[in-house]
Design a protein around this ligand. Structure first.
Ligand code: HEM
Length: 399
């Protein structure tokens, strides 16, 4: 996922590091006082309640996902390739693009990756323990960070030796300037442009290779698709699949462990519902944007054609009107119709994969080790829509 579109800056209320680490009180206040409001500083609307977020995401006729429909939209160079992906396409074009890879991401197809995810998790844990001082490891660096790249790289057909470089590119592309007030926005923009170009070159070579030498992988599927895709679309496709699942899944794994620590609950079974609850309670993607295609009234507010709306998934997921005991982490919560993977047409393509990776990684981790939190202060990920922590130190003791 990219921050393409107008979600470049945080609302003032979330601009400090502590506020972004725990935005939930602010969300609650906003749901109570101004569930749909216009922020003149950012020139966009914020949507906070479950019902309104779901209504916006579920209505492709009224709300577009293409930021180019926004009044005053200005493209940032490094985002150009992302704009040509399904994430920013409306139906019917969106549906044709998504169909190309849909079958690779169905739960049944993803299930076949389970032995691979399990083996890679254990390899990473062995490596981490071999280097660990007194069993202390950073769970983000050791496990949550590498596992999604390893898996998507395999699915795409990217050789294992390139994955460290991959991780770096994909992180740079989603990095934002919000979160801790540090960093020079221009320098970041420059780095993002370079990373985007390097990644594009890499995929260009891989695409050419698969045209001549087809294999059983996603890149081959994409180049063979009869979908009239331009070169930019082909590239965007590959890059979206690489980028969308990495930081998000990393943070799902880390956020779930944070939930376990807060609740002092370290489950060895029932992980499926627990991961689902972590997606609700500490949603890795906190916000998504849409653009109004026509004038529309939302929660009594007059939204005009071309206005941008920021839909706060993280707030919708804590809405007491939808969830009983919304501010409690309830590991066996059922039903749990959270919006952590979005809703409607753009509902996360990789949801079955992310669920599998998180469940298997945590199952292996908790099956082998007793996990003791070893962090004092956490630093939020520097992004304006990804929610998670930079690192998560824990002590692992073999069972
Ligand atoms: C915990 C992990 C993940 C979270 C929280 C997450 C979240 C989301 C959300 C909220 C959307 C909706 C975007 C919108 O409505 O504008 C989305 C879309 C998408 N996600 Fe994920 N995602 C995760 C993992 C993955 C993975 C592993 C992949 C693939 C490898 C992936 C690929 C995609 C794609 C391609 C879309 C666009 C779908 C479309 O436009 O139809 N995601 N994701």
């Amino acid at each position: 996922m990219s921050s393409a579109g107008p979600l470049q800056t945080f609302p003032d209320a979330l601009s400090s590091r502590d506020a972004w680490l725990d935005p939930f009180d602010w969300y609650a206040e906003m749901r109570a006082t101004s569930p749909v409001r216009r922020d003149p500083d950012r020139g966009c609307w914020d949507v906070f309640s479950y019902a309104d977020v779901k209504a916006v995401l579920g209505d492709d006729e009224t709300f577009s996902t293409d930021p180019r429909n926004a009044t005053g939209f200005q493209a940032r160079g490094e985002e150009a390739f992302m704009l040509e992906t399904m994430l920013f396409q409306d139906p019917p074009k969106h549906d044709r693009t998504r169909d190309v890879v849909d079958e690779f991401f169905r739960p049944s197809a993803v299930k076949s990756l389970e032995p691979f995810v399990e083996a890679e998790t254990n390899r990473l844990l062995d490596e981490a323990m071999a280097d660990a001082d007194g069993g202390e490891v950073d769970l983000v660096e050791a496990l949550a960070y590498p596992i999604p790249v390893i898996v998507i790289a395999k699915m795409l057909g990217v050789p294992a030796e390139d994955r460290a470089q991959f991780k770096q590119w994909s992180d740079t592309i989603v990095e934002g300037t919000a979160g801790d007030g540090e960093g020079d926005a221009e320098a970041l923009q420059q780095r993002q442009m370079e990373a985007g170009m390097e990644l594009a070159n890499y995929f260009r070579d891989l695409i050419a290779d698969r045209r001549d030498d087809p294999r059983e992988d996603l890149v081959t599927r994409i180049v063979q698709a009869d979908a009239d895709m331009t070169e930019t679309e082909l590239l965007g496709f590959c890059m979206l699949l690489l980028v969308a699942g990495n930081v998000t899944t990393t943070n799902l794994v880390a956020n779930t462990v944070r939930c376990f620590a807060d609740a002092d609950h370290w489950p060895r079974s029932g992980l499926e519902t627990t991961v689902e609850e972590a997606l609700r309670y500490r949603s890795p993607v906190q916000a998504m944007t849409r653009v109004a295609r026509e004038d529309v009234t939302l929660a009594g507010q007059r939204v005009e054609e071309g206005d941008t709306l920021v839909c706060w998934l993280g707030s919708a997921n804590r809405d007491g009107a939808q969830f009983a005991d919304a501010d409690a982490f309830v590991p066996d919560r059922r039903p749990n119709q959270h919006l952590g993977f979005g809703y409607g047409t753009h509902y996360c393509l990789g949801a079955p994969l992310a669920r599998l990776e998180a469940t298997v990684a945590l199952r292996e981790l908790l099956g082998r080790f007793e996990v003791t939190p070893a962090w004092d202060e956490l630093r939020p990920v520097r992004s304006s829509f990804i929610y998670g922590v930079e690192s998560l130190p824990v002590r692992l003791t073999e069972r």
